[in-house]
Write a protein that binds this ligand. Structure first.
Ligand SMILES: Cc1cc2nc3c(=O)[nH]c(=O)nc-3n(C[C@H](O)[C@H](O)[C@H](O)COP(=O)(O)OP(=O)(O)OC[C@H]3O[C@@H](n4cnc5c(N)ncnc54)[C@H](O)[C@@H]3O)c2cc1C
Length: 446
């Protein structure tokens, strides 16, 4: 019986779940090729989820089992869809193509001075400390006094925590040695986290905030006066138990006060960024009180991180919803208005935007797989896919150095060896050419 052949673009949680669920839920043979532009799999679980969250990161063990143990699932790393192979080529060679390519772009604030040096999207900062091969190893020099993080979501807290950790705490993670060194040399002693609304509307979870309180190298500074809620915040807190839990933890933090620790993380609520001030680099940020824009304040700063959300990037040939930063779809089938593009599907953050936890992508992938399997079960459907060798030959003819699963395992071994050499469990390789050498493919890239 001819196998159903599916191309999945992206090896993050949604791509991995799609591959797994396709093989589990189809009653007939399925072959899935998972294309990944990076030499390493797992998307934001490797390059987003904070290094000091090993429990969340350990989901990669079950994703690895999917690639390791499921006949018919292949990992094709270091292959960028759109450059190394086009959408039309995927459509010609597979029965179905699933875009599970995530949200790759930082949202902007849309204020003056945003393009000054020293102002970055938090994604750039996270990618750098996670050793993402698209970032330069020396992209950040942490040699200022005050860092400002705009936004009050979990990612903002991840970034603040990383700036507050001791080198010893970082050495217990897998961040590259030069990143540990950069944080060890950091002169930032004050990190200001800014939220537009009052504390009742902070978006991070109580769990993440408690974790910050447990970092014993930093003070968490909350002004007790900010916890006197106006009517709108009170109504929100009355209706939302999660907000009430977080407010209770804020109150404990305010009560604990300042203990004179190495770094202080200060929370400023009800503040709207108005302008970044400076000639070439940002030297200060002008803030206005959200509840009374006539009250403004200028805060000197050496580093500004915008943490106001990730968004997907448009993909040539696919309908894109600019507002939500997602690929338009109907029941996971890519669609321009009511017109479905046959055989092309979406899953994960590029489908629904950056929301939820890793496990949310399983449910999301399951909906996608249900649509694919319903379409191929329709009367008259026949496979038009080509054998795997055709795509392999196409990539070979273009000189693409594919990192397959075995090559990735070699890269992983090199990371464990690099860790052992410096008395750590594992150390990520950061430089793309070095990653490819460790994977045993090619000798380097541009
Ligand atoms: C900083 C941060 C911290 C987080 N922390 C947590 C946490 O603690 N707990 C939790 O549950 N969730 C956390 N999340 C959320 C979680 O990471 C996401 O829910 C999940 O990764 C989204 O999965 P995805 O597969 O849609 O996208 P991604 O994980 O982004 O995967 C997309 C993949 O597609 C690849 N790709 C993109 N374009 C192409 C192309 N053209 N060709 C080939 N490959 C391509 C990318 O390289 C990437 O590997 C965090 C997210 C961020 C940003």
């Amino acid at each position: 019986m001819t196998a159903l052949r599916v191309a999945v673009v992206g090896s993050g949680p949604s791509g991995a779940y799609c591959a797994q669920l396709l093989t589990e839920e189809s009653g007939s043979p399925v072959e899935v090729d998972v294309f990944e532009r990076l030499p390493a799999p797992f998307g934001l679980v490797r390059y987003g989820v904070a290094p000091d969250h090993p429990r969340v990161k350990s989901i990669t063990t079950s994703f690895a089992e999917v690639f390791d143990e499921t006949p018919g699932i292949r990992f094709l790393g270091n292959v960028q869809v759109g450059t190394d192979i086009t959408l039309d080529e995927l459509r010609a060679n597979y029965d179905a193509v699933v875009f599970a390519s995530g949200a790759q772009v930082d949202r902007n604030l849309g204020i003056q001075g945003e393009d000054l040096a020293g102002v970055h999207g938090v994604r750039e900062f996270v990618s750098w400390y996670q050793g993402h091969p698209d970032t330069k190893t020396d992209a950040f020099a942490l040699n200022g006094k005050r860092a400002v993080i705009i936004g009050m979501g979990n990612v903002a807290l991840d970034a603040a925590r990383m700036l507050a950790h001791t080198p010893e705490a970082l050495r217990a993670t897998d961040v590259p040695e030069h990143i540990v060194d950069a944080f060890a040399a950091s002169t930032y002693r004050e990190i200001v986290v800014i939220g537009r609304r009052g504390p009742a509307f902070a978006k991070f979870t109580n769990k993440e905030f408690i974790e910050l309180l447990e970092v014993d190298s930093c003070d968490v500074v909350i002004d007790p006066a900010d916890l006197e809620l106006d009517a709108q915040q009170q109504a929100h807190a009355d209706a939302d138990p999660a907000a009430r839990r977080l407010l209770a933890t804020f109150a404990k933090a305010a009560e604990r006060g300042v203990l004179g620790r190495n770094t202080a993380i200060r929370f400023l609520f009800d503040c709207t960024p108005v302008e970044l001030i400076g000639e070439e680099s940002a030297l200060a940020i002008r803030l206005a009180k959200t509840s009374d824009p006539n009250i403004t304040e200028i805060l000197e700063t050496d580093l500004v991180l915008r943490s106001v959300g990730y968004r997907g990037a448009a993909i040539d040939g696919l309908p894109f919803d600019e507002k939500s930063g997602t690929i338009a779809h109907l029941d996971s089938r890519v669609a321009d208005g009511r017109n479905v593009l046959p055989g092309v599907y979406v899953a994960g953050w590029i489908k629904r935007g950056p929301s939820g936890v890793v496990g949310t992508n399983r449910r999301c992938a399951s909906e996608t797989v249900t649509s694919i399997l319903a379409d191929v079960a329709a009367p008259g459907w026949t496979s038009t896919a080509t054998p795997a060798a055709v795509v392999d030959e196409l990539l070979r003819s273009r000189g693409v150095d594919v990192v397959d699963w075995t090559a990735w395992q070699s890269l992983e071994q090199a990371e464990f060896a690099a860790g052992e050499a410096v008395g750590r469990e594992r150390v990520k390789l950061h430089d793309r050419a070095e990653m490819l050498r460790a994977a045993g493919v090619g000798v380097g890239v541009d």
